[in-house]
Design a protein around this ligand. Structure first.
Ligand SMILES: C[S@@+](CC[C@H](N)C(=O)[O-])C[C@H]1O[C@@H](n2cnc3c(N)ncnc32)[C@H](O)[C@@H]1O
Length: 314
């Protein structure tokens, strides 16, 4: 049976971080099952609106079946296209807040046929958008050993990446790797479990990030936020692992630092001194939430505010 349950992580904190204006326009970049979207809608009056994105068609179908609200528009697309899609709707510079709750949803993890789970067997897919791209199984079949090792090392910080890649290629000489448990068992033959973590945790994370181009999409979308956000518009971003959080952190820090003007620059260029974002810090899930929802253990929420005068970098 298909599960649709997803418990929104850091719900109150991430919604509060948006500092919602009742008539504002908000983006939920990662609709999932709409928990955060509903939280935003609940704070808006009739004139406010939410535009939500999800690249998973099942999330969009869920929205169509379960959300009946004129203030909500749900778009089936990777959030990396939000810049072009919103500017086509004449919304550049008019967005009051962007929420991103990154990674995969519980329905994606829990439904074995999506191929994300190393606990229950399913086709080795791992695509959030099953309407395009190649599955993890197809990629593992066509990639060479070095490429697999690099992905597992870079996106999973897995020290045994070379051994894992070599074991994968050895297995493929006998038969194709097509299911999640096949892959998980190969990895478990090479990596010892640590602190109750399944040995395949890091490798599955790495392959998933690679298959969905998650880090590239995140970086590209952050860069688009300059032009989309209105003055005082907020970014509220929840990430679930250090590689992702580093990208968000470095982005906010880079554009919240005061730039030093070279001496003697004419006064007309004074705007360049203003920063583009105000860094409003980071938060973690409360102990109570972590006890109640294990997924929130690794969540880091970062908040930033678009300044009123900062210049958009070229
Ligand atoms: C953690 S869940 C979000 C859950 C949601 N906040 C809720 O309360 O139900 C992440 C969702 O974002 C989607 N997603 C992840 N990366 C995406 C991207 N680059 N573009 C669009 N959707 C993405 C996934 O398909 C998934 O449905």
């Amino acid at each position: 049976m298909t599960s649709n349950h997803h418990q929104s992580v850091m719900f109150t904190e991430s919604i509060d971080a948006l500092n919602i204006k009742t008539g504002g326009i908000y983006i939920d970049a990662t609709f999932g099952r709409g928990g955060h979207t509903q939280g935003i809608l609940d704070k808006l009056d009739k004139s406010g609106s939410v535009i939500a994105f999800d690249q998973d068609i099942h999330a969009v179908e869920f929205a169509k079946e379960n959300f009946n609200d004129d203030r909500l528009t749900v778009i089936h697309s990777a959030f990396t296209h939000m810049g072009e899609l919103l500017s086509a709707r004449n919304l550049s510079g008019k967005i009051d807040g962007i929420l991103m709750d990154l990674g995969v949803s519980s329905p994606q993890l829990d439904n074995a046929d999506r191929g994300f789970s190393f606990n229950t067997d399913g086709p080795l897919d791992m695509r959030m958008d099953q309407t395009s791209g190649i599955s993890a199984a197809q990629w593992l079949a066509q990639a060479d050993e070095m490429e697999i090792a690099n992905v597992i090392y870079e996106f999973g910080e897995e020290r045994k990446s070379r051994h894992i890649a070599s074991a994968i290629k050895r297995m493929q000489q006998d038969k194709a790797i097509t299911t999640t448990l096949q892959l998980a068992n190969i990895i478990a033959g090479v990596v010892r479990s640590h602190k109750n973590k399944h040995p395949a945790t890091r490798s599955f994370q790495a392959i998933r990030i690679f298959i969905n181009q998650e880090l590239k999409q995140l970086s590209e979308t952050l860069e688009q936020s300059f032009d989309l956000l209105a003055p005082e518009g907020r970014l509220s971003i929840i990430s679930f692992h250090s590689i992702e959080d580093r990208i968000v952190k470095q982005f906010i820090q880079k554009y919240s630092k005061q730039k030093q003007l070279p001496k003697g620059l004419p006064v007309m260029n004074i705007d360049i001194q203003k920063t583009i974002f105000k860094d409003l810090g980071k938060q973690f899930a409360s102990k109570a939430e972590i006890k109640n929802n294990k997924r929130s253990r690794s969540a880091i929420l970062r908040i930033a505010e678009r300044t009123t005068l900062g210049v958009t970098p070229c």
